[in-house]
Design a protein around this ligand. Structure first.
Ligand code: FEO
Length: 394
């Protein structure tokens, strides 16, 4: 994508990646992504805010050449992850006067990962400002979005907040600003669920910290910019602060149909009691959609057959990820089947130390479920519905 002017002297210079379908060899990118970088030309000096993934380095250089950039004084590194810093070494080679502006912690990571020489750095403290002549950059430390070194950069005169991954979305689009709020809401929630949710307390702090800033444009490092910041700020507030909903998420695997029969029975019983249920067959599910469902769910019920004395490996993988993203669910349980014995419940319980949940009575069935087993599932549904009512989850 060619550069575009946001405000006089401030441009987009990043790249759209239409083809990428996986991030970190783990996270699905159904709509591609972008690596946004921004150029701010002040009267005296020029700053590049973030670079791009190394695969898109030619696009960044094409854009800088197209704007006639012969000198960059500062490369602002809001985040050291390679999708934003992967071209930093080559930028420093092409523009040898440039110094890397970042948090002290970011300097350490860039040194370790990219071997950027020490003399190239200029570290900044929280709320420090840097004048480019007629433009002023203010640096706002914002650790754990989603790495420890992250910061935001605020362009005071034009009221633009460059917030790196925070508030972003993995979408490849030609839209400079959000036009389809439904699409961006979904993608931003997916992104929040996958990498921001574990840091909910820090996200809340950052939302408070930027409350006092006058922001006309939010310019994240992925996806379109927001020229109506309220849309994404309210969404983030809801995801980070709101109580969970009257929702049960059931990730499950069924090998011979027994666990599936139990899952179906529980689903019907829950729906009869007014509870919303979201099912995920882990053999085929998009893990991003599962993560999104965990943003709002009050209860997680794991459905698993017993494999080699424990949960099915795909269930173990999903439980590991659920524990890692630290959802705000309050209740959990396990349902499933076994042939002759096993420790699926004990093993799953040991895998979720991060979940602050009350564990409700599991329903484990030997062979095919009998009448008493279906009754136990009905009882579990009744308990969940009652717990949700008592907690006033709606
Ligand atoms: Fe977009 Fe955390 O990198």
């Amino acid at each position: 994508m060619n550069p575009r002017e946001i405000k006089p002297g401030t441009y987009t210079v990043g790249a759209v990646d239409w083809e990428r379908r996986l991030f970190d060899s783990l996270i699905p990118l159904p709509d591609g992504t972008s690596y946004n970088a921004y150029l701010v030309k002040g009267r005296r000096q020029t700053a590049l805010i973030d670079t791009v993934d190394r695969s898109m380095r030619p696009v960044l250089f094409h854009n800088l050449d197209r704007l006639g950039v012969s000198r960059i004084d500062y490369v602002i590194s809001n985040h050291a992850e390679p999708d934003h810093s992967g071209s930093i070494v080559e930028v420093l080679e092409k523009y040898p006067e440039a110094r890397v502006v970042c948090t002290p912690r970011c300097q350490g990571i860039l040194t370790d990962r990219f071997m950027v020489p020490a003399e190239k750095f200029m570290t900044v403290e929280d709320r420090k400002t840097l004048s480019l002549g007629d433009r002023t950059l203010e640096f706002i430390h914002a650790p754990w979005v989603h790495w420890p070194e992250t910061m935001f950069t605020y362009l005071q005169e034009d009221r633009i907040l460059f917030c790196c991954d925070f508030l972003g979305s993995h979408i490849a689009t030609t839209d400079m600003y959000v036009t389809d709020e439904g699409q961006v809401y979904e993608a931003a929630k997916r992104y929040y669920a996958e990498i921001m949710m574990p840091f909910r307390a820090q996200i809340q702090n950052h939302l408070e910290k930027i409350k006092g800033l006058a922001v006309d444009i939010i310019a994240p490092s992925h996806g379109p910019m927001y020229n109506k910041p309220k849309f994404i700020l309210e969404a983030y507030r809801s995801w980070a602060y709101d109580e969970p909903g009257n929702i049960v998420v059931i990730p499950y695997i069924s090998m011979h149909g027994v666990t599936r029969t139990m899952v179906n029975h529980l689903l019907e019983a829950l729906v009869d009691k007014g509870v919303t249920v979201k099912l995920f067959d882990l053999a085929v599910t998009d893990m991003g959609k599962l993560a999104m469902s965990l943003v709002d769910a009050a209860t997680i019920v794991i459905g698993t057959p017993t494999v080699m004395t424990g949960p099915h490996p795909l269930v173990a993988n999903a439980v590991f990820l659920a524990n890692a993203v630290r959802p705000k669910a309050r209740f959990a349980s396990v349902i499933g089947s076994y042939g002759w014995g096993g420790k699926a419940v004990e093993q799953i319980a040991a895998m979720i130390p991060n979940l602050k949940v009350e564990v409700l009575s599991p329903v484990l069935v030997k062979g095919y479920p009998k009448e008493a087993d279906f009754q136990a599932l009905d009882n579990l549904a009744a308990t969940i519905a009652q717990k949700h009512r008592e907690s006033k989850f709606t």
